[in-house]
Ligand binder design. Structure first.
Ligand code: N01
Length: 546
């Protein structure tokens, strides 16, 4: 059995960054990756139209000024192939490939209490002994497929947006169905509409979407960003979501109708996802949110010719951004094409698949291909697939049966020497997830250095610290509209999943301050039992940070 200092699970953005960082500290780190290539979600979500909805210059690594200067993004919002090329480049540029084992899916990780080490085993029977286990398994890595009657007998092709085949897919001359209108469904619709003979979009919940305002990056823009990159990163780090936008300090309700219209118009044309920060209280007050909803609905309405379709495509019943809105490039406009049809499956639900298509309560749709853009078991799906066993034989699945718990979103009581990157309890999907990933990994690297300096073998967080963090997450989310609707933020995307708000809504700056305070105070909430440290788990003092 090979022995390593850190076993990192997953070779996406997080796993590669962790490998580079821990190697730079002189540690023996190894990444295991289930698939046959690196890139994580950016490898698997290769559906047509896939692109990032965070600006390329912000959705990129910040750890190397040389890399920042060398890499040339071609568009404001990079496509999936360009992001994957970037990831492959980083792996080569920093010599990471020899630290990654592909086609190696973790089956189990078991903590050996006597040795203070993890034994990690792959599905094909190999195993490793590691002092630390770092889970970089992604939040959107467990695709979720509906289980409609007759699906197994359907004779056409079935694809999932999150498990896209690694080969060209042709839509020409085909009748294609897309189930799901989240970001994935909304991104692929206009692209497939241009190629397919006929496209049916099966919509259960109409989603809000802001136009991407994508454009090629000019030489002048590239120079301007690169001349002041450090300042841009600093601004992103100190913005609530890590996107660089500062919320407007004015309440949407205090602005005059005329001013509000101008602010929303500017945000609509330029900010994409940042529209939610056009006023600071859009996600805090239903009345403020209603002003944004009113504006967005008018904008969406102006894009759709047919009045019946217009009404069906109009998001309703939930506040804007309480569920993840999309950033699209021509989604609503696609429904003006004669070859695109909307199937409102809230009104006429899918009854079954037939060998030749899908039958709803209204009609039968003949389809050559069905694309499931039905999302993921978010936050916990990938973490709970393998068997992770902590102290006294308790599995993470058992431990999280009522919802995920952690201290600061980084570590779990009963699972010593285990760290989770961008998991539940951290800003994760409520932030520029790449920025959050890097900030956590840098913090982890300082934690491990602290352990070395003090001669500590093992760390573990306390249950009291977990309770305090759960209370803090709940307290922060109560200030918002997130719990007023069902979403994958609160576990509603999978039936039977505990209804718990999972990410941390206090913002990336506030979160970083809490991590820094924990560190400055000698790692409050952590118990260092292995190496004679006097540190004891203590109730962490938390404060509100905006
Ligand atoms: O998944 P989703 P996604 N029958 O969960 C519907 C990121 N991302 O893959 O809302 C019929 O958002 C479901 O309906 P409902 C981003 O964080 C980023 O689109 O549950 N329909 C919904 O419409 C995003 O939020 C980019 O009623 C079913 C859809 O499927 C996250 O990934 C691009 C169904 C699922 O929407 C996930 O997005 C793409 C069923 N049984 C994704 N089950 C970027 O731009 C589910 N649905 C970076």
């Amino acid at each position: 059995m090979e022995t390593v200092d850190i076993l990192i699970v997953g070779a996406g953005f997080a796993g590669l960054r962790a490998l580079h960082t821990f190697r730079s500290q002189g540690r023996h780190a190894l990444v295991i990756e289930a698939s046959d290539g690196i890139g994580g979600v950016w490898r698997h979500n290769a559906y047509p139209g896939a692109r990032c909805d965070v600006e390329s210059y912000d959705y990129s690594y910040s750890f190397s000024p040389e890399l920042e200067q060398e890499w040339r993004w071609s568009e404001r919002y990079a496509t999936q192939p360009e992001i994957l090329r970037y990831i492959e480049h980083v792996a080569d540029r920093f010599g990471l490939r020899d630290g990654i084992l592909l086609r190696t899916r973790m089956a189990s990780a078991v903590y050996d209490e006597a040795a203070d080490r993890w034994t990690v085993s792959s599905e094909d029977g190999r195993s490793w002994s590691a002092r630390h286990l770092m889970l970089c398994m992604g939040q959107l890595s467990a695709p979720k497929s509906p289980n409609y009657p007759g699906l197994a007998d359907y004779r056409g092709e079935v694809l999932h947006s999150g498990d896209w085949p690694n080969k060209p897919v042709s839509y020409a001359g085909k009748r294609v169905g897309i189930i799901g209108t989240g970001s994935s469904g909304m991104q692929m619709t206009p692209v497939i509409a241009q190629q397919a003979d006929h496209l049916v979009v099966f919509q259960r919940t109409a989603n809000f979407s802001i136009p991407a305002a994508n454009a090629p990056v000019t030489e002048a823009e590239d120079h301007a960003v690169k001349a002041a990159y450090a300042a841009r990163r600093e601004q992103a780090r100190n913005s609530p979501t890590g996107l660089g936008f500062k919320p407007n300090r004015v309440s949407a309700l205090d602005a005059s109708a005329q001013d509000r219209e101008a602010v929303y118009e500017a945000a609509w044309n330029r900010l994409g996802f940042g529209f939610a920060l056009a006023y600071y209280d859009i996600l805090l007050s239903r009345a403020a949110n209603d002003t944004a909803v009113d504006f967005i609905r008018r904008k969406i309405a102006s894009k759709i010719d047919d009045p019946v379709l217009r009404e069906k495509l109009m998001p309703k019943g939930h506040p804007f951004a309480s569920r993840r809105p999309s950033v699209d490039s021509g989604y609503f406009e696609a429904f003006n094409r004669p070859n695109v049809e909307l199937a409102d499956i809230r009104e006429a639900p899918i009854q079954r698949f037939t060998p030749s298509g899908i039958e709803t309560a209204a009609k039968h749709h003949d389809l050559d291909m069905v694309i499931l853009a039905t999302g993921f078991d978010v936050f916990t799906g990938s973490l709970l697939k393998p068997r992770i066993v902590g102290r006294r034989g308790v599995t993470l699945r058992d431990k999280w049966a009522d919802g995920p718990t952690s201290h600061l979103g980084v570590a779990v009581a009963g699972f010593p020497n285990m760290l989770i990157v961008c998991g539940p309890g951290s800003p994760s999907l409520l932030s520029n997830v790449l920025l959050s990933t890097e900030e956590q990994i840098d913090w982890f690297s300082r934690l491990l250095r602290h352990l070395d300096d003090k001669g500590i073998h093992a760390f573990e967080v306390g249950v009291e610290a977990e309770r305090t963090w759960a209370e803090h997450i709940a307290e922060r989310v109560r200030e918002t509209l997130y719990m007023t609707t069902d979403s994958y933020y609160n576990g509603a995307e999978v039936s039977g999943k505990p209804r718990v708000f999972m990410p941390y809504s206090g913002g990336v700056r506030g979160y970083r301050r809490l991590l820094e305070r924990c560190e400055a105070e000698g790692y409050t909430g952590f118990d260092f039992s292995g190496g004679g440290s006097a540190a004891k788990a203590a109730r962490p003092a938390l404060a509100s940070h905006g």
